[in-house]
Design a protein around this ligand. Structure first.
Ligand code: ATP
Ligand code: MG
Length: 265
């Protein structure tokens, strides 16, 4: 699942790490792939990602097996991360001249998943994208089956969304026919403002089947957690932010479960 929105600061990374943490805490094996040169997801998961660390850069540009760069999150067993280092900032340009430049991440992920046994396999792979529609994001779209779009409950939220959807349509036509927008999550919801509820209503009206019922409130605890190298689920498990991400992850898991498994729950 690729977490994407070319708009910056809408909660992509926060959503990736907290949903991943919630899924892992419930006993699932989860992999977060950080393909944003900013490395924010790696930071939030407490994963070292200074320049010398083997990273997703080596996987994408140098064919290094994905398994060689994975690190387990120190606080949450079962949660793994392929970190991004600052080297990745150059990858956008380096990729242009490489063979199969759009599908390098897909190949690495598919090869790794095929090499895993049933007991160690990942239940979810979440890819945290940079705020652009460049080749790194294209690699994420090609590697994934689903797109998960976080939308910030602010006035400009819907601007740019049609461009994102057009791009996804283009990827579907040319590179990855199975790709679909499966999930939309409203983030940084501020219940005190009409603006937040108006934006939320509008998004729900446009995408009635995709928007999770759970909305993530604006919460100081959520924004503090990364500075301690933690997700909000370990930083302050009883905060409204942690509870809402747990709820969102539960919704997600129930939606993606086969109909027979989720029936009656
Ligand atoms: P970028 O486009 O730079 O990758 P992003 O889409 O990944 O950004 P985040 O880094 O997740 O966005 O969030 C942007 C900022 O907003 C961060 O400082 C984060 O801590 C803060 N933030 C995210 N979600 C919330 C929330 N629900 N309440 C308060 N602050 C939040
Ligand atoms: Mg980010």
């Amino acid at each position: 699942m690729t977490i994407a929105n070319q708009k910056g600061g809408v909660g992509k990374t926060t959503t990736t790490v907290n949903v991943a943490a919630a899924l892992a805490q419930s006993g699932l094996n989860v992999l977060v792939i950080d393909i944003d040169p900013q490395g924010n997801a790696s930071t939030a998961l407490g994963i070292p990602h200074h320049a010398e660390v083997p990273s997703i850069y080596d996987v994408i540009t140098d064919d290094r097996p994905l398994g060689e760069v994975l690190q387990e999150c120190p606080d949450i067993p079962g949660l793994w991360c392929a970190p991004a280092t600052i080297d990745l900032a150059g990858a956008e340009i380096e990729l242009v001249s490489l063979v199969a430049r759009e599908s390098r991440l897909k190949r690495a992920v598919d090869e790794h998943l095929a090499s895993m046994s049933d007991t160690t396999r990942f239940d979810y792979v979440l890819i945290d994208c940079p705020p652009s529609l460049g080749l790194l994001t294209v690699n994420a779209f090609v590697a994934a089956a689903e797109v998960f779009i976080p939308i910030q409950c602010e006035y400009y939220a819907l601007e740019g969304l049609s461009q994102l959807l057009n791009n996804i349509g283009m990827i579907r036509r040319h590179l990855n026919p199975r790709l679909e927008v499966s999930t939309i999550l409203l983030t940084m919801y501020d219940g005190r403002t009409n603006l937040s509820s108006n934006v939320a209503d509008e998004v729900r009206e446009h995408f009635p089947d995709n928007v999770l019922r759970t909305q993530i409130p604006r919460s100081v605890r959520i924004s503090e957690a990364p500075s301690y190298g933690q997700t909000v689920l370990t930083y302050d498990p009883s905060s409204s932010g942690a509870l809402s991400y747990l709820e969102a992850a539960k919704e997600l898991a129930l939606r993606s479960a086969p109909a027979s498994a989720s029936a009656g729950s």
